[in-house]
Design a protein around this ligand. Structure first.
Ligand SMILES: Nc1ncnc2c1ncn2[C@@H]1O[C@H](COP(=O)(O)OP(=O)(O)O)[C@@H](O)[C@H]1O
Ligand SMILES: [Mg+2]
Length: 354
């Protein structure tokens, strides 16, 4: 039986990964580690342990201790920071990894570096200015006016995002978070977002699936409306999205290997523009695709072990219009567009008769 180590095991992204493996054809022995003595109990693994934070100098030694103790074959990690540390130290680990090239991880963990590569390669991406000082911030407001989007260049869940802030608001946030050189200003896009999640193997596309995000859960609790917690995701397919996604990946890496998940937001004139690629990790709610019929973690782990997978170059295998409706403390529901329409129709019928 394959023995898999999953980090941040009490977090939703890892739980979605583990649930997917539980639904796979093979059985796995899964060990989970987590840096928090409370959230570690949420993990759905065969054995769990606490671990230090990825920033702790002993992190890699500790991983090797766990790898040895539990005879681990393969490690998978979801949080961005851990992807960075494990990527940099992959050759020190005493088990398999399935990660893209170090350089690609470095570029794609930095949203400003990513922007520069895409902009040069002609990949649609919002115009962006790095804010090193107050002059840059002033210039950003001159260039973008009120249609401005401020955010941090590293992190997830809309870290540091401000939608059309006043100049002083942006200035205060950057100063308070010691953010000079770590923030960008960009052209403000619309609220329509899509993600194209793919697995590559030595330069070859294995499978990719698109889903749009209909809204952010708890969106009214963040200044920018972005909470990083997807409310409802919906399968969709569109040639333009496929083309832009592939171009955005190859602009950074000519030999993609591992997970590349392209996040795009539509501009006002209807163009999906790349705002980031999550590299080396699946998007949080990927159990959606598993339940809908395509088990990315299973394919990923099989590839990591060098096993034959039948799939090659498959884009958007799932039917359009499948909705994954989720929220805090509720079991997600997989619902077809038609079912939602039916509820709406009934409601409209009732109203008409009043
Ligand atoms: N220039 C922008 N204009 C409007 N919204 C943006 C812009 N850049 C990012 N966003 C919003 O922030 C969300 C998160 O951005 P993303 O690039 O995926 O980074 P992360 O998920 O790491 O915070 C996007 O899905 C989108 O809703
Ligand atoms: Mg994102």
């Amino acid at each position: 039986m394959k023995r898999i180590l999953v980090t941040a095991a009490g977090g939703a992204p890892a739980i979605n990964f583990v649930r997917s493996l539980r639904d796979a054809k093979q059985d796995y022995f899964i060990v989970g580690i987590d840096a928090n003595e409370y959230t570690v109990f949420r993990s759905e693994v065969d054995a769990f342990e606490l671990c230090p934070k990825a920033s702790d100098p002993i992190y890699i030694d500790y991983l090797n201790f766990i790898i040895d103790k539990y005879k681990i074959d393969f490690i998978h990690t979801q949080p961005d920071i851990e992807v960075g540390v494990i990527s940099d130290n992959r050759e020190r680990l005493n088990c398999k990894t399935f990660l893209p090239a170090k350089k690609s991880v470095e570029i794609l963990r930095d949203k400003y570096l990513s922007y520069k590569v895409w902009n040069e390669a002609g990949v649609p991406t919002p115009d962006t200015i790095l804010i090193n000082n107050e002059d840059d911030l002033k210039r950003s407001f001159e260039v973008f006016g009120t249609d401005i989007w401020i955010r941090e260049i590293q992190g997830a869940a809309g870290k540091g995002s401000l939608s059309s802030p006043k100049y002083e608001e942006a200035l205060n946030q950057i100063i308070n978070s010691d953010g000079w050189g770590r923030y960008t200003a960009a052209e403000k896009l619309t609220k329509k977002t899509v993600t194209w999640m793919a697995i590559y193997y030595h330069g070859e596309l294995i499978v990719a699936q698109t889903r749009e995000r209909l809204y952010w859960e708890h969106g009214n609790r963040a200044q920018s409306g972005v909470t990083g917690i997807t409310g409802t995701g919906r399968t969709t397919s569109n040639k333009l999205i496929d083309d832009i996604s592939i171009k955005s990946i190859f602009a950074v890496d000519k030999n993609p290997h591992g997970i590349f998940s392209v996040d795009m937001t539509y501009s006002k004139d209807g163009i999906p523009k790349c705002t980031e690629i999550n590299i080396g990790k699946f998007f949080t709610t990927h159990y959606f695709f598993t339940k809908a019929g395509i088990n990315f973690p299973e394919i990923f782990v099989n590839l990591a072990f060098g096993e034959e997978v039948q799939m090659r170059g498959v884009i958007n295998p799932l039917e359009d219009g499948l909705n994954w409706i989720r929220g805090m403390d509720v079991e997600p529901k997989l619902v077809r567009d038609g079912e939602i329409q039916e509820v709406l129709n009934r409601y409209n019928g009732f109203k008409q008769n009043l």
